[in-house]
Design a protein around this ligand. Structure first.
Ligand code: ADP
Ligand code: MG
Length: 269
């Protein structure tokens, strides 16, 4: 079967000469739910951002549904970006807008600029946004301002906005790094559940090994811009984890992971 995504030997050197990716290759099959794990600075965000061309790689190619994304511009790029949903650590919501307005922003890629500027969403779009919010348990919050939500609720809006794009690929960049363990589980349950139910392929970068193991069927471990592990979740061992984290994290249920999550939440609040 042809992969939905094929990343071929990509390298990224930023203007300041930092080599964030040093030749990364992997294929993603349709419907796979993959976790990318690695320390801070290992290149997870750069990799995800290259896939939808928020960052352009220095070398190598990325094929999404058979199209080389780095060659796209204008309408072609807009079309591919709308098929690739993106979820961010800090949610990237518009605080002064309501929950449903934030979700409707996911429909912008389908509208012409004029309709987008004037918020002229169709009834169909509004109904679709409502149904998505209902799916993530936010049907009663649709008219709340985004800044009045808890972190976990904000991320469920982030997921809903990405779903409103009708994506075939979902990229989530540390979606739970700013959340406490309970909200993290809720968010991952929704994200994973919906991707599996709708057959959406997903790449989720995670700091927390235990969450990667719980949800992903395949794990990619990245260390200093190089993939050091790519295999089935069951194959991930403590020695491989040590290789990914340079011996700084030595077991699947590391206490450090939990502490980092709690600290992350304090920063976000
Ligand atoms: P991660 O998401 O795993 O923390 P990143 O992809 O953010 O890793 O970063 C990988 C490396 O690239 C780090 O050394 C980081 O400092 C560097 N980096 C990231 N973004 C930029 C940028 N815009 N300019 C220069 N260096 C960057
Ligand atoms: Mg990152």
């Amino acid at each position: 079967m042809k992969p939905i995504l094929s990343v071929k030997d990509i390298k990224k050197t930023y203007a300041n000469k930092t080599q964030a990716l040093k030749g990364v290759s992997f294929d993603l099959q349709e419907g796979e739910f993959v976790a990318i794990i690695g320390s801070s600075g290992s290149g997870k965000s750069t990799l995800l951002r290259c896939i939808n061309q928020l960052v352009s790689q220095t070398e190598g190619s990325i094929e999404f549904k058979g199209t080389e994304v780095e060659k796209l511009k204008g309408a072609g790029l807009k079309k591919v970006r709308r098929e690739i949903g993106m979820i961010f650590q800090h949610y990237n919501l518009i605080d002064r807008l309501t929950v449903i307005q934030n979700v409707l922003h996911g429909r912008l890629g389908y509208m012409n600029d004029f309709r987008g500027i004037f918020d002229l969403y169709s009834m169909e779009d509004r109904w679709k946004a409502y149904k998505i919010l209902e799916r993530v348990g936010l049907a009663d919050e649709i008219y709340k301002r985004a800044d009045q939500l808890s972190g976990g609720q904000k991320q469920r809006v982030g997921i809903s906005r990405a779903l409103a794009q009708n994506p075939s690929l979902m990229l989530a960049d540390e979606p739970i790094a700013s959340l406490d363990p309970v909200s993290s589980s809720t968010v991952m349950d929704y994200l994973h559940g919906i991707c599996v139910e709708d057959g959406i392929s997903a790449i989720v970068s995670l700091h927390q090994v235990d969450f990667a193991v719980k949800y992903a069927t395949r794990i990619i471990g990245i260390n200093k811009g190089i993939i050091v592990f790519d295999g089935k979740t069951q194959e991930l061992s403590d020695s491989i984890i040590n290789k990914i984290y340079d011996n700084k994290c030595n077991s699947v249920s590391s206490e450090n992971t939990t502490n980092e999550m709690i600290q992350g939440e304090r920063v976000a609040v």
